[in-house]
Design a protein around this ligand. Structure first.
Ligand code: GLY
Length: 357
């Protein structure tokens, strides 16, 4: 078990998170727990509820990116009112990134805020979504456009759950690991290059997740409300969110972020920030991890329109997060629209010599 305390609440990375959660609930003397679960992990959620000594009940909701909506939020809030949850009730949100974002938002708004623990069961949730206090839902116009910053009282990364994920689902979370690798550089990036040669089933997940979380925690601790420096954690996401949205969420978050990391590297290269050799290293790592690098559609204008609702936009100007080097990422960068269009056109093609022209 590894425990990080850098953000003022425990982040526990454990092979089996249930006993850790149970002892946390005992220590804090919560009398009642409502477990909110994505239907996909309902069995795990019932197991967690049985293991808790506190009175625990389970409310299950079918989720998925297309259901990360105000409508689902309303259902969760109504269900909480129906079971008469109150301000002393601890809500435990079990699932992947959609679940921790949406249940976290429900906890932040129900009765103007009740305590929330995230029990992350996907790699995306463990290394990114569950940690850092961002909660929210998508609007028709774009991803995560309604939400609130609200820290959980604890986060539990349930590594055992990763063994139940299919390989493509597990692979989903690798883009966020690469993102943290680019932000931190050095050993964090190098170690991913080494691990990439090994089967995912053999990765030392506890240390991989804890190391990646340390990068995230360090950034968040300096800028919890994303007034500035936290924007670096959006590396690849301005492109990624637009790709997800334009594909109507047929392209998954992890795949879209991989394409977005390629696009950010390319934009950085073409605006004279990033070296060709480092861009090549990032592409090679993404490819070794079998993450997709090519967008499946041609509509550059649709991507630009989807990007225009990015939360980092100021006064109508898109602002990008771009690498200057591995370990050195810049935020708030504006770029010539001609270069941006050229990059959006290029990522429809497989990387090759033209990438570096
Ligand atoms: N997922 C980016 C952040 O937490 O800031």
């Amino acid at each position: 078990m590894t425990r990080l305390d850098d953000l003022g609440y425990p982040i526990v990375v454990a092979d089996d998170a249930t006993p850790e959660l149970a002892s946390f609930i005992r220590e804090r003397a919560y009398k009642r727990v409502v477990v909110l679960a994505d239907q996909k992990v309902a069995r795990r959620a019932h197991g967690i509820a049985r293991a808790l000594r506190a009175q625990a009940e389970v409310l299950v909701f079918p989720l998925g990116e297309r259901r990360k909506t105000l409508r689902t939020l309303e259902r969760v809030l109504e269900a909480l009112a129906e079971v008469k949850a109150d301000r002393t009730t601890l809500l435990a949100g079990v699932g992947g990134g959609v679940a921790t974002d949406l249940f976290g938002f429900a906890a932040a708004t129900y009765m103007r805020g009740v305590p929330f623990v995230a029990v992350a069961t996907s790699l995306v949730a463990m290394v990114d979504a569950a940690v850092g206090g961002k909660t929210g839902v998508d609007l028709r116009a774009g991803k995560n456009l309604a939400g609130i910053f609200k820290d959980p009282v604890a986060v539990f990364c349930d590594i055992g759950a990763l063994r139940t994920l299919s390989e493509p689902h597990l692979r989903e979370g690798l883009s966020e690991l690469v993102k943290h690798g680019i932000i931190e550089g050095d050993e964090t990036f190098d170690s991913l290059e080494v691990l990439a040669a090994h089967s995912l089933r053999k990765w030392p997940w506890e240390s991989v997740i804890a190391d990646s979380l340390r990068v995230k925690a360090m950034v968040v601790a300096d800028d919890r409300l994303e007034r500035g420096a936290r924007e670096v954690l959006n590396l690849g996401h301005t492109f990624g969110h637009a790709i997800e949205s334009v594909s109507n969420y047929r392209v998954s978050h992890g795949s879209a972020v991989a394409m977005g990391l390629r696009a950010s590297g390319l934009l950085a290269l073409r605006t004279g920030r990033f070296s060709a050799s480092e861009h090549m290293r990032v592409l090679a790592l993404l490819a070794l991890l079998r993450l997709p690098l090519v967008t499946p559609f041609d509509d550059v204008d649709a991507l630009l329109a989807a990007m225009s609702v990015d939360k980092k936009t100021r006064g109508g100007a898109l602002r990008f997060v771009l690498p200057r080097a591995l370990g050195d990422v810049e935020y708030g960068v504006t770029v010539p629209s001609r270069t941006l269009r050229a990059v959006l056109g290029r990522i429809r093609e497989t990387p090759g010599a033209a990438e570096f022209r």
